[in-house]
Ligand binder design. Structure first.
Ligand code: KG4
Ligand code: ZN
Length: 352
């Protein structure tokens, strides 16, 4: 089965060709992040304009790099939401046009569910951590699985009983984990995109200060009796530290490390509570924040300590937005619909 995936939910324009839900033949991502760096964040109107410019070249490149002609494709998978309406429309309307033109069925994909399927893809690049547990990581996740999507707009935990059988377990009540990274980065004058830059500064600080305790900030809802989280208070805690103070670069690095540690500790602790309650066969991490090295290390260590049977974390490049996981999700949830019925859903929930 050869599927062309198309993903345009935010500021990345992406297209990929994936074989049988796991083999990546091409995976092209054009990001407009440089443009958004000038405004300190994504301006939806600007993101949509960039999507229009990039969509056709990106799809052409995905097909040519995969050495695939449109007639060879079995279907087209496209992200229908959640995301920015202007950005989503570009991918959805392009997919519909190609579906009609090439006479190929179309499969609508939920972006959040798509993220989880990065764990079914054969990694192109392996990071050192995954190399350690190579055998385990090359196995596809087994059900029942606990899945967590930690991205810029969402922090959702679900129980995956099977493909297409997702049960909601918990989510952030306010800011997403990625949003917390980005907003705190902005407070610390760390350039957009904040998350990865803040993580770099935090990791450097930890390396230079291996014995630092890093427990300055609260761990909101860490002991609540549910699987919900809250990250917006952390931003206020950082803001309070900044008030009327001139901070040195070293002070800022400490705050970055403290903030990262608080976010990671809450996420790991919540996931371990879910694991202890549901005893799943796999734990699946996904979404842009899953690229965070500290989170990957802490989760892997804690999960192995808790004798979890298998933990799956995609290589960093497959964590952030791309179309390969959209094609993979479509492969395992193969429900085609008439192109005329495909519509964008900016507010789609993970279990919709
Ligand atoms: O999944 P994603 O690429 O897009 C959304 O669907 O939102 O996630 C983007 C989010 C951003 O908030 C970004 O700052 C964060 O993921 N992110 C990171 C790292 N890489 C990306 N956060 C912390 N550490 C990273 N290394
Ligand atoms: Zn995403």
């Amino acid at each position: 089965m050869l599927i062309l995936g198309i993903e345009t939910s935010c500021d990345e324009t992406a297209a990929a060709v994936v074989k049988n839900g796991k083999e990546i033949l091409s995976n092209i991502v054009a990001s407009s992040a440089d443009l958004h760096a000038k405004t300190g964040g994504v301006v939806p109107e600007n993101a949509a304009r960039e999507q229009v410019k990039s969509i056709i070249p990106v799809i052409s490149q995905a097909l040519s790099q995969a050495k695939i002609k449109p007639k060879d494709l079995d279907s087209i998978a496209v992200t229908i939401g959640p995301g920015l309406i202007g950005s989503l429309l570009v991918g959805v309307e392009t997919a519909k046009t190609l579906s009609h033109l090439w006479n190929k069925p179309i499969i609508p994909v939920n972006h959040l569910v798509g993220h989880l399927y990065a764990n079914w893809l054969m990694p192109e690049i392996r990071d050192r951590r995954l190399e350690i547990s190579k055998k385990q990581e090359l196995k596809t996740p087994e059900f029942p699985a606990v899945g967590v999507v930690v991205s810029g707009g969402h922090t959702d935990i679900v129980l995956m009983k099977d493909h297409g059988e997702l049960e909601y377990l918990g989510a952030t009540r306010d800011d997403a984990a990625g949003e917390a990274f980005d907003k705190i980065a902005r407070l610390l004058d760390i350039p957009y995109p904040g998350g990865p830059h803040l993580a770099q500064i935090a990791d450097k600080y930890r390396k230079q200060n291996p014995n630092a305790k890093l427990d300055m900030f609260p761990r909101p809802m860490i002991d609540s009796n549910d699987f919900d989280m809250s990250f917006s208070g952390l931003k206020t805690a950082v803001l309070n530290k900044l008030k009327n103070q001139h901070l040195s670069l070293e002070d800022k690095a400490l705050l970055a490390a403290e903030a990262q540690e608080a976010i990671v500790e809450v996420l790991v602790s919540k996931l371990m509570s879910v694991v202890n309650k549901y005893r799943p066969d796999s734990l699946i991490l996904a979404g842009g924040v899953a690229a965070n090295q500290r989170l990957r290390e802490c989760l892997a260590d804690t999960a192995f300590d808790n004798r979890l049977r298998s933990i799956h974390i995609p290589p960093p490049l497959l964590c952030t937005d791309n179309a390969a996981y959209i094609a993979a999700a479509a492969n395992y949830n193969y429900r085609t619909i008439n192109w005329q019925k495909v519509v964008s859903h900016p507010g789609l929930k993970i279990t919709d």
